[in-house]
Design a protein around this ligand. Structure first.
Ligand code: ATP
Length: 384
């Protein structure tokens, strides 16, 4: 089993710094997603790992071997990209076989007609045939092998492309937005298939996506990238429950985390527009208080006053969108479905963040860790 290591990689295109001192270790057999907004450097990092682009500085190792100076063909990694680039004139079977034919057969053996007379050709071809069929079974496309790409759906084509990557048994997989051409339901289904497949194949995988839900549901660990840097690398739970940076907290989770300007008094009391919250902090001055929608409780009074703008019915719950009176910020609370009848548009509500679920960030957006809950928003204060 082999891992991938990126060590202090830097890459600029003219004045644009695409990667700024990026380090990342993917353990053998691990599935790591790179997630971040458009332009944050995800594809550049993948290309550098794949050998399709060169870093200005830094090192890439695959299976404990420094591959920084090797070309893509010598790195033994398989790539699956958004546009699956199947050969249109070849059947699914032939498409999947391409890497094996290129790697295991000589030029003479590959010749049409004549190749059949070259010693060993028949044996090679039947080995390839067996491997292609086994891989196709793994992806449930055994029945599609004689079709050409034009006769396949988008999801089926994507699976043929995956099979072509897997059949080589590479040291590692690099996948760059492989699902973005699929419709919503197929995306969810194929997500699961890729995860199952990864478990069975077991090679280290780096998966690029701008979709945080995809990264959170598929990965062992997630690397959140912004402006050419990895801001945080952790399990989905760590990224969601313990974000180190306001940008990470804001990027991960849906709906987006609520963020309000706040002040910390000289005695450590945290206030939002003068309203004391049930937390204290050792850091004084201006901070940002952030709380997720499920951790914002509705209270009868003494909370953050807001005006209801919209109630979104999710089925199992509702999302209450309300405008905070002082800051003008939009607050979103996730509430039990039954509350929807008591939330008229334009109505006044009060919110309080659950004190043990409040995050504070300093003016540079770094998490303030020494935060103490001083109360609890419990049954007695929670409204309705
Ligand atoms: P997306 O999600 O939109 O694909 P990304 O996170 O993959 O974005 P990259 O494609 O890695 O981002 O680009 C990182 C930065 O480098 C961007 O500012 C981009 O404009 C720039 N960049 C990438 N490739 C080149 C290039 N060949 N020449 C000049 N600038 C480039």
């Amino acid at each position: 089993m082999s891992g991938i290591e990126v060590d202090k990689v830097t890459k600029s295109y003219g004045v644009v710094t695409a990667l700024d001192d990026v380090s990342l270790k993917v353990a053998p057999g691990e599935f790591v997603s790179l997630v971040g907004p458009s332009g944050c450097g995800k594809t550049t990092l993948m290309k550098i790992i794949a050998g399709l682009d060169r870093a200005d500085d830094g090192r890439v190792s695959i299976a404990d071997r420094d591959v920084s100076k090797l070309g893509a063909a010598d790195r033994d990694v398989a790539m699956v990209f958004q546009n699956y680039a199947l050969y249109p004139h070849l059947t699914a079977r032939q498409n999947i076989a391409v890497p094996l034919v290129m790697r295991t057969m000589t030029a003479a053996q590959r010749l049409p007609f004549i190749g059949g007379f070259v010693p060993g050709t028949g044996e090679r071809r039947s080995t390839i045939r067996r491997e292609v069929e086994q891989t196709a079974e793994l992806l449930a496309i055994g029945h599609l092998l004689e079709r050409k790409p034009a006769q396949l759906s988008g999801g089926q084509r994507q699976r043929v492309a995956l099979a072509r990557a897997i059949v080589r048994r590479p040291l590692a997989f690099l996948m760059d937005e492989p699902l973005s051409n699929l419709d919503a339901s197929l995306r969810v289904q194929t997500r699961k298939e890729i995860v199952d497949l990864h478990r069975r194949v077991g090679a280290s995988t780096i998966y690029v996506t701008h979709d945080q839900a995809e990264a959170m549901t598929m990965s062992d660990r997630v690397a959140v990238m912004m402006e050419g840097k990895i801001l945080q690398l952790g399990t989905p739970e760590e990224i969601y429950l313990d974000p180190w940076d306001l940008r990470v907290a804001a990027f991960v989770g849906s709906p987006r985390i609520n963020a309000l300007p706040a002040d910390v008094d000289t005695d450590g009391q945290v206030r939002v527009d003068g309203v004391p919250m049930d937390v204290t902090s050792r850091v004084r001055g201006r901070v940002t208080l952030a709380v997720r929608a499920e951790d914002l409780a509705l209270v009868r009074a003494d909370g953050l006053p807001a005006t209801i703008e919209h109630v979104e019915f999710l089925g199992e719950a509702v999302l209450l969108h309300a405008r905070h009176a002082m800051s003008g910020a939009l607050l979103i609370a996730r509430l039990e479905r039954d509350h929807r009848h008591r939330l008229p548009r334009g109505g006044a509500v009060h919110f309080r963040p659950k004190p043990d679920r409040v995050f504070l960030f300093d003016e540079a957006g770094r998490r303030v860790t020494r935060v103490q809950p001083t109360g609890a928003v419990g049954r007695e204060t929670a409204l309705v």
